[in-house]
Design a protein around this ligand. Sequence first.
Ligand SMILES: Cc1ncc(COP(=O)(O)O)c(C=O)c1O
Length: 413
Amino acid sequence: MASDLSHSQAPQAETVFDRTRRLFHIPDGVIYLDGNSLGPMPLAAADALQRAAKAEWSEMLIRGWNDADWIGLPERVGARIAALIGAEAGSVMVGDTTSVNLFKVLSAALAARPGRRVILSDSGNFPTDLYVAQGLIATLGQGHELRTVSHAEMEAAVDAAGEDLAVLMLTQVDYRTGALYDMKSMTARAQALGALTVWDLAHSAGALPVELDACNADFAIGCGYKYLNGGPGAPAFLYVAPRNQASVAPALSGWMGHAAPFAFEHDYRPAEGVGRMRVGTPPILALSALEAGLQAWDGVSIHEVRAKSIALCDLFIELVEARCPELELITPREGAARGSQVSFRFEEGYAAMQALIARGVIGDFRAPDVMRFGFTPLYISEREVRAGVDILAGIMDNRLWDNDDYRKKAKVT
Ligand SMILES: Cc1ncc(COP(=O)(O)O)c(C=O)c1O
């Protein structure tokens, strides 16, 4: 990887990432290693919010649905996200939260596999995925079972579930450790038994090349506010494989998923394609910000992003391990086996993270003891990784975390 700190005399050619860095507002003095939780604000998103409020909402009023094509926004944003996750345009819809979208695809998948009982997932999966599955099972009352095993046990557990397996529900990149599942082989393994797959891409969309169509995935969901930089609470996305779209039966059969919402018919008739997974009125202000944020990807190769992300993570691991022996790496060392984040375990990890944040290096903490750092090449450079580790090492060497103020838990960690 070319060094940012190179002292060569020749002027360096601007890279694609020098250009994308300027598209974001990063506050002065901040090294932002948390874009895997909430992406920073793209300057274009602020402009889009202003436009949507001032030129559209205030001036057009309800005419904006047609005149500003608000009604087409979920589809337009869906097409942009589809290109980033290896999905055919028209197979991604945007709206609702990741949790709600999971409910929608999981209920559709279970309905498509009647008589099969098991939803198989990872015991370390993000809690909302497990909670949604538990709630859905209770609501259906058909005797489904949520079975969870570790990443290492997953292949054997798929085989053991056999023809009882209804859905394999996995998050591609583990939110805590960053460990990456092989989407293609896990999908093939589950499908060989006749099961369907649901992939949570919260930590992979915009972080690495995702090939939903090439992997033959059935359903997927993911967040708009992490690597896609859509802003706090940005709408999430949902993917249905083209082959499943005509048969998928939405449990949340709302009017926006109807074939003709403005015909105001008495009975539900599903729209063609993935549009039937829409439920209610789309959040136009939030979608406008997300749409603008996605422009940062124009002209950017996700493969280049991946190569730089691996290099940044490798460098961070090497420097932290050399300088902070108290921290225990829990992320796979091999670049190909992880997403775009690196986590270390430390007993006083919460306090250490607060000490870091107080000094401008922002990561996050995941209970019980995990310090998590995200690396987002669109706006993070090697120089910032080195500077961030200098500050972390200073905190660890001098026990600067050992301060009761840093131990006071905030509501959001
Ligand atoms: C893997 C994973 N799935 C789902 C979610 C929750 O998404 P939402 O709050 O949009 O429902 C998160 C949030 O961080 C996540 O990391």
